[in-house]
Design a protein around this ligand. Sequence first.
Ligand SMILES: [Zn+2]
Ligand SMILES: [Zn+2]
Length: 273
Amino acid sequence: MYLLLCLGVFALGYLANMVMITVGYHRGLAHSAVHLSPFVRKLVVHGGTWVTGLDAKTWAVMHRRHHEFSDTALDPHSPSNVGIFGVMKAQVDSYLRTMEGLKAEEPEYTRFAHGLESGHRWVYHPVMRMLPYILHFVIALAIAFGFDAFFLGLAYYLGLMSHPIQGFLVNSLGHAVGGRNFETDDDSVNNAIVGWLVFGEGYQNNHHAYPRSAKFSFRPWEVDPGFAVCVVMEAIGLLRIDYPRLIPSEVPVTLPIKPAESKPVVPEAPSVH
Ligand SMILES: [Zn+2]
Ligand SMILES: [Zn+2]
């Protein structure tokens, strides 16, 4: 029973972190593949940091750079530059570098920030940005020692703060281990296991071919649980899916895709940084 409780708490934390990132940060903010309701958008921009430990704007800018420079020397976290296991460190380094670039308003970074609200500047402070991690660590300690439940506290912390593992699976295996549906000009592949573990994010090849599609799966047997979450959220009015941009599901697979489709990486957006 205790083991089940630990697993349940881990799963809930893992799910909260994953949905915030794949639906809020990725499909919502970075690509505008779904249009978040004003309330949800505020929640993601201002509350996302407290759930994931990652600043939404910094994440979205880093991710847009990943699309722009996929698997070239400028890619923030490509296994072709640093190897599969090097991605773990590269994604942390790139996140911090992106944060520094935004803080200093370097054009190399701010040009990827259009349409993104400025979050809280405190996240740029090296100590302050650790607050979400400290908060959840304190809660985990309270669970562990207050209720004499060490593994429950551990499950809480590891589940909620699981973004480095989720990111590693997507950024490394999603660009190195798997098959391809589309001839994109990068090394993106589709990895079904990562697709299940990170709610559709494993279908990197489909996603790089159609970056503004809210749905990452293409073949009938590919499953994108993240898109299912979007459909449910749309049904209760929390977001709107951009249907005209969806990856075509009934079109026979023809390679290569139109180059024009592979490039609109960053949403055409309003002018502001
Ligand atoms: Zn990618
Ligand atoms: Zn993307």
